[in-house]
Design a protein around this ligand. Sequence first.
Ligand SMILES: [Zn+2]
Length: 136
Amino acid sequence: MKLNLTGHKCPTCNTAISLKLFRNREEVIRCKQCNSLLIETPKSRLISSIVLVLGIFAAIGVPLLIDYFFIGVLLLLVSFSIAQALIKLTVAKPDLKIRDKITNRVSYIRTSDWEEIVKNAKNGKINYEIIEHLEH
Ligand SMILES: [Zn+2]
């Protein structure tokens, strides 16, 4: 029997989505299957982060108190698993429709993604253009 605590699924098409524990949690994830933009719900992000922080503190603190290192590792693993299991994904509505000027590929992104693209653009050169502002 396999205990799958870290399995997350796309709310739209049910495809399994793998999530890294230490990533930018506000980052939009794209489902490879249906192209849905997914994001953690703010509530699950908060609770999951709290569990993680508490787990790390407990993993450091408890072994100091009882002088048993292994319990710290165990606490860390348990809190990581719980933090992962608490993550809830929801579909993020895209704000912008953009086009890759080189490949002509169209994709849907959020305003925060666009700000990221602009910020990362070298010498102000952006290979994408906004073709539509989407209304919610
Ligand atoms: Zn999907």
